[in-house]
Design a protein around this ligand. Structure first.
Ligand SMILES: Nc1ncnc2c1ncn2[C@@H]1O[C@H](COP(=O)(O)OP(=O)(O)OP(=O)(O)O)[C@@H](O)[C@H]1O
Length: 371
């Protein structure tokens, strides 16, 4: 979808950001890291708002910044959405959207007023003033307004940070669908790992002003060496599975991972679409034989890929291949010894249905074979 090459250095008195990387912009790229890691600084450099940054920024072969050039922000074709919506209070939603639409460059491809209203479900809000919107609605309008400026690259700086979990869950599917609907890549800054899992096709991890990792989300999430950055408690993976049925009686949704089945609390996702499930390492148990007479419904056949014991602690992390996707299981080292787990050992991975948070679902993405 595009490439953003960033070779930059920005030194403040107490902090230096130094990044040298070519980001493959495919769909949504999450820029993840703790507070103060330098995420917003990096976004500002890309947008052209950090004049003190040295180095090069190249977007799709076009130099936005190098030794001689510094293309001003308004000439880069970058749109930014911030945590606060920054809408015009004296205009209603339609007016806010039209303002951007009218000023956008001509001949700008797939983005249309009606398309944006539809994609973000803004129809019912068009006549309202920003003051009469909820926080989540305001952010949807802010995203719509920024899209209507026809950006070539959309930057989002913690756009949902001020929202509660429910509002986040309402808006995430809308954001997830944007790159495919409008052909615009998104760089999405967040320090919330669940937003990364739900949204991001690719992710980059930033800490102390340095890029620690970048790549496909699933591959980065399973890396144990990133535990200091990704967090012990939240460590886990993202599995992609296909919804096969809903069970109204028991309030369950059935999904398929390759040939294997998973049950989770009912989730409002159509049958046939793909969902992204976040599974934390601490929610996975392993068995050498298929357990019987046990309440855990999700028993996945897999093979141990790797066992990493954490010296001087009680714990170990086991990486398990299930149908070509990877699960992480956090066990005690004693259990690893007991079960004699090693690469190649066949195991059953057990995951309680409740561990699949129904909020932790992505938008129904177009499934792979829908093209
Ligand atoms: N103009 C500035 N002058 C001095 N220091 C700055 C300036 N801008 C940013 N910094 C410092 O750079 C560091 C990184 O800030 P930045 O806002 O990029 O981090 P972040 O990862 O986006 O954090 P957060 O998630 O809290 O927004 C911080 O220590 C901040 O104090």
């Amino acid at each position: 979808m595009g490439e953003l090459t960033v070779t930059v250095r920005r030194a403040f008195p107490d902090f230096t950001l130094a990044v040298d990387h070519a980001f493959a912009l495919d769909g949504i790229t999450a820029l993840f890291g703790p507070s103060g890691a330098g995420k917003s600084t990096l976004l500002r450099i890309v947008a052209g708002h950090e004049r003190g940054a040295q180095g090069r920024v190249i977007f799709d072969g076009e130099a936005w910044q190098d030794g001689r050039t510094h293309v001003p922000p308004h000439r880069r074709g970058v749109g930014t959405v911030f945590q606060d919506a920054r809408l015009f209070p004296h205009l209603n939603v339609r007016g806010n959207l039209r303002y951007a639409d009218k000023r956008a460059p001509a001949g700008s491809g797939r983005i249309t007023f009606d398309g944006v209203v539809r994609a973000l479900d803004l129809g019912p809000l068009l006549d309202r003033r920003p003051q009469a919107l909820s926080g989540g609605e305001r952010q949807r309008v802010a995203v719509g307004r920024t899209l209507l400026t026809r950006p070539r690259l959309l930057l989002m700086d913690e756009p949902l940070a001020a929202l509660d979990l429910r509002r986040k869950a309402d808006i995430l599917p809308h954001i997830a669908a944007l790159p495919r609907t409008f052909g615009v890549p998104i760089v999405y800054v967040t320090h919330a790992i669940e937003e990364v899992t739900q949204l991001a096709d690719r992710m980059a991890v930033l800490a102390h002003g340095e890029l620690r990792a970048a790549g496909e989300t699933a591959a980065v999430l399973e890396r144990r060496d990133l535990q200091p950055e990704l967090g012990h408690f939240e460590a886990g993976v993202a599995l992609t599975a296909r919804v096969t049925a809903h069970d109204a009686d028991f309030h369950l949704t059935h999904v398929r991972l390759g040939e294997q089945r998973i049950q989770m609390p009912a989730a409002p996702v159509p049958v046939g679409s793909d969902v992204r499930l976040r599974v934390r390492a601490r929610d996975v148990a392993l068995a050498r034989e298929e357990p019987r007479g046990i309440s855990i419904r999700n028993r996945l056949r897999g093979t141990v890929l790797d066992v990493a014991e954490e010296a001087d602690t009680a714990f170990a992390e086991v990486l398990v291949d299930v149908e070509g996707q990877h699960l992480r299981a956090r066990l005690t080292r004693a259990a690893v010894a007991d079960l004699d787990l090693a690469p190649g050992t066949p195991v059953w991975a057990l995951v309680k249905s409740i561990a699949f948070d129904r909020r932790a679902l992505t938008a129904p993405r177009p499934s792979a074979d829908d093209g």
